[in-house]
Design a protein around this ligand. Structure first.
Ligand SMILES: Nc1nc2c(ncn2[C@@H]2O[C@H](COP(=O)(O)OP(=O)(O)OP(=O)(O)O)[C@@H](O)[C@H]2O)c(=O)[nH]1
Length: 482
């Protein structure tokens, strides 16, 4: 994901300024030039970049800074605030509520943006949260749309309504909504047509559909790879239907992402989810501050805990898929973690939420090898006894004869078993340093950041001026968030 490169660009620019002997105007200018280049390379609109840099410059001018405030920290804080501002339109999206009144959500977007897939992901996500969702196919334009949504719906076990014969999308949408209202579904998702290009006929159809169905929320779905075109596209949809939220898809690919994120600027509507793969669980809630924290290399531990906790699978294998990272880290927990990671997304993506861990456990660009390694370890663990899997310190239990038995049983060489045990030790050690229990029970984001401070890599801590610096930065961020 090229957004990761944006993060690297910004982090590198900040590090360079932190290493400069004095944080004078020249160091600041170089740093901000680098940050601008990173943002423009990521397809963020020129106007937004210019405004952000202007704001950073004016808020970090030594003449306006309160006495005693370190300029480097002020720059870090100002860039954080500007990135948040770019992604945050300052208003909360409509969020569906469970209960008697059904919520109607209409999806709009061009053909191929990932709309149909995202409708199913959105329904499955809300079912995991306890909703009773249903899907309506009001796409009468593309021949295969009906079958595609039906197939996705049945894969995700979501009730579905559509018609092979009716050609009026408004009639289908109204009939589908009525049907599911009677069936007491509380989240009715309407998938609509797309076109390859922005066409008047499409926008007229969206206008008619939204007028007839009066949705509680219209979600604009945009492909992250379309770059700057996202701005105009979002604007055109906003004119035909009251777009209230954005979902950016294909963030797992090589998309630059920054352009699509500028859809926020066009619609002044928040990004609520990002699509991170082709499968039903590949949808992540989008939260601005943790996202920017990750972008700036600060990790997102709360997101990590949520991500694991959010994986409540449809099959009976629940226990197997939800690792309790707050208890003893046994081989069984590691196996659950691997399964969970396979389910929630690419390993690198999940591990990127743990500051410092991704580099230790898996090198960048070698994610495929990492997946293969995980599979190998899982095969090995399948040949282990329950006692071995649940033992708190398996390396002490795994004698040579036990290793030989497991290697034979799994058909893997002895060194693979030994390597797997070493890997377990390494991950256990890395996780033991993270206050996951505290984070899991903590809903206060400022407190979460404080906890994060304890686990930031030492280099980053120095850049931020040690614990004291981090605390004052958090105070400032907190004051800003109010
Ligand atoms: N990698 C990746 N692929 C995705 C994602 N979301 C959707 N896709 C894929 O993108 C392609 C197009 O998705 P659709 O859901 O058919 O697109 P659509 O916008 O509904 O298209 P129309 O129904 O023709 O308007 C499919 O191959 C999806 O599997 C995502 O987040 N990541």
């Amino acid at each position: 994901m090229v957004l990761a490169q944006l993060g690297e660009g910004i982090t590198a620019a900040l590090s360079r300024m932190c290493r400069a002997t004095v944080a004078d105007d020249a160091a600041l200018t170089t740093c901000l030039d680098d940050v601008s280049r990173a943002l423009l390379r990521a397809d963020v609109r020129f106007e937004s970049v210019r405004a952000a840099i202007h704001n950073v410059k004016s808020t970090t001018n030594p003449s306006t800074l309160p006495p005693g405030v370190d300029r480097r920290r002020a720059v870090h804080k100002a860039i954080f605030a500007e990135l948040c501002h770019m992604l945050d339109p300052g208003k909360l999206p409509f969020t569906p509520t469970k209960g008697n009144k059904p919520n109607v959500v209409m999806f709009v977007g061009l053909q191929g943006s990932g709309k149909t897939t995202t409708c199913a992901k959105h329904a499955a996500y809300h079912r995991r949260k306890g909703f009773a969702p249903a899907l309506v196919c009001a796409d009468t334009f593309r021949a295969g749309a009906f079958d595609q949504l039906k197939q996705n719906a049945s894969k995700a076990k979501i009730p579905f309504y559509g018609s092979y014969t009716e050609s009026d999308p408004v009639k289908i949408a109204m009939k589908g909504i009525d049907t599911f209202k009677n069936e007491r579904c509380d989240l009715i998702i309407v998938d609509t047509s797309g076109r390859h290009r922005q066409e008047d006929a499409l926008f007229e159809e969206m206008r008619q559909l939204s007028e007839a169905t009066k949705p509680d929320l219209v979600i604009f779905v945009v492909d992250a790879s379309i770059g700057q075109a996202a701005f105009d596209q979002a604007l055109a949809f906003k004119k035909s239907a009251p777009v209230g939220a954005v979902i950016v898809t294909k963030m797992d690919g090589h998309a630059k992402g920054g352009g699509a994120l500028s859809a926020v600027a066009a619609t002044r509507s928040p990004v609520i989810f990002i699509g991170t793969g082709e499968h039903i669980p590949d949808l992540e809630p989008f939260d601005v501050k943790p996202f920017v924290s990750r972008l700036m290399g600060m990790g997102d531990l709360r997101g990590l805990v949520d991500k694991f906790n959010d994986v409540v699978p449809d099959d009976e294998d629940n226990d197997e898929l939800v690792p309790d990272l707050t208890g003893d880290f046994t081989l069984k927990t590691m196996r659950q973690m691997f399964k969970s990671v396979q389910r929630v997304g690419p390993l690198g993506q999940v591990l990127s939420m743990i500051p410092g861990l991704s580099a230790r456990f898996m090198e960048k660009g070698k994610e495929k090898e990492g997946q293969a390694k995980m599979k190998r370890y899982m095969t090995i663990m399948a040949s282990m006894t329950r006692k071995e899997l649940e033992f708190t310190n398996p390396s002490t239990l795994m004698t040579e004869s036990r290793i030989v038995r497991v290697a034979r049983g799994s058909g893997r060489p002895l060194r693979d078993v030994a390597e797997m045990l070493e890997e377990h030790k390494r991950i256990a050690k890395a996780l033991s340093k993270l206050p996951l229990k505290k984070l899991a029970n903590n809903n206060n984001s400022r407190e979460t950041l404080k906890v994060l401070g304890n686990v930031l890599p030492p280099g980053m801590m120095n850049h931020l001026g040690g614990m004291h610096g981090l605390q004052s930065m958090m105070k400032q961020m907190g004051a800003q968030g109010k």
